[in-house]
Design a protein around this ligand. Structure first.
Ligand code: DAH
Length: 360
């Protein structure tokens, strides 16, 4: 075997490998991205690379030369691969930094939660009252807030001379005859007349909505407030039905031990009429210092009575074949009693510290 040639080959191989290493390491910095780096790596140590060619040449060498040459090739290949790996890490972290900068997201910034709204406590009470009556077989009806004097007063047996029709009490939109004189309804009772005109008996409805009165704001009055009206008309409805229905409502709304009492009263559209009080759910009538009933033991809650035959006449019902009861309640008043709220003004102040106490 010609050792001279082999030594020369060995020299040439080591020079070739050193040159390859030097060129490759120098070119790594010029690789701008991972794809360019992959190309350089393939060119140095891949299938068609000088390293691969050198490995293929090992077969022609004798054992001793093959061992030395093989070690040399492996060392150079390893050094190149290690340098490529370092550069690869560098490019990857540069790419990550560029992506973060481009997306503009700073993951260290606190998550800003957007508070969700909630249903106003007045609307919560409306929903709850309607649900109770729906459970008793009632439908929900509605009527206009700008109402004629006819539906608001005349159809409800309230004569033109009645003091509630004065401008000191009622806000007028347009003057004229009762049929076209427009006002902001002072109660939800006109929905009774409108509904009966449109529907034959039997009638079982509740009618929630906004009502208006010429009142100055104080702890118990708002010029715009809410009422819920109720009306039941059928054959042979009696005062006992009225009492049983409202007692059941009071138990469901205020609590199962709630008692009711009825005091004679006057409303133009019911005869007889009554005010319904509920026993104080806070002290049950036992405490002179109670903040809810102020020691009275009862809370005045609902106006009610048997529908006056003149109302049936006005809407075209035959008073000799049907009877009925009606009732009306102030929603803010219900909410104040239920939650121990001391001023009706809280409902319109839009103070989140108040509103957030009623998550619903
Ligand atoms: N509309 C009356 C008011 O605003 C409340 C009322 C009383 C309604 C008796 C009724 C009723 O239906 O029968 O004060």
């Amino acid at each position: 075997m010609d050792t001279t040639t082999n030594e020369t080959d060995g020299m040439e191989l080591s020079e070739t490998l050193e040159q390859l290493k030097a060129d490759t390491l120098a070119s790594l910095d010029t690789a701008a991205d991972l794809a360019a780096l992959d190309a350089i790596e393939a060119g140095a140590v891949g299938r068609e690379s000088p390293i691969a060619a050198a490995r293929r040449g090992l077969g022609k060498m004798d054992a001793a030369q093959r061992r030395d040459a093989g070690r040399m090739i492996n060392e150079v290949a390893k050094e190149i691969e290690a340098a490529v790996a370092v550069r690869k890490d560098q490019l990857a972290s540069e790419a990550r930094a560029a992506a973060i900068a481009a997306e503009g997201i700073d993951v260290t910034i606190d998550y800003v939660s957007v508070p969700s709204g909630r249903i106003h406590v007045v609307q919560q009470v409306i929903d709850e009252v309607c649900d109770i009556f729906i459970g008793l077989g009632y439908h929900v009806a509605e009527g206009p807030e700008a109402e004629t004097a006819w539906y608001n007063f005349d159809a409800l047996n309230t004569p033109p001379s009645h003091p509630s029709r004065l401008e000191s009490d009622t806000m007028y939109v347009d003057y004229g005859n009762p049929e076209d004189e427009m006002l902001l309804r002072t109660h939800t009772s006109p929905v009774q007349a409108r509904y009966m005109e449109q529907h034959d008996p039997p009638v079982y409805i509740v009618a929630p909505g906004k009502t208006y009165r010429n009142d100055t704001v104080d702890a118990t009055h708002l010029p715009v407030f809410y009422q819920i009206e109720g009306l039941a008309v059928d054959e042979s409805i009696t005062f006992s039905d009225l009492k049983g229905t409202l007692a059941e409502f009071a138990r469901q709304f205020f609590g199962s031990t709630t008692r009711i009492r009825l005091r004679p009263h006057f409303f133009p559209f019911t005869e007889p009429s009554a005010e319904l009080d509920v026993s104080c759910f806070n002290c049950d009538g036992g405490e002179s210092s109670c903040r809810v009933c102020r020691g009275v033991g009862w809370i005045e809650m609902i106006g009610c009575g048997m529908v006056d035959p003149r109302v049936f006449d006005a809407v075209g019902y035959d008073p000799s074949s049907v009877t009925g009861f009606a009732f009306g309640m102030g929603v803010e008043r219900l909410a104040m009693a239920r939650h121990g709220i001391d001023s009706i003004r809280h409902f319109i102040d839009n103070d989140l510290r108040f509103l957030e106490q009623f998550p619903g």
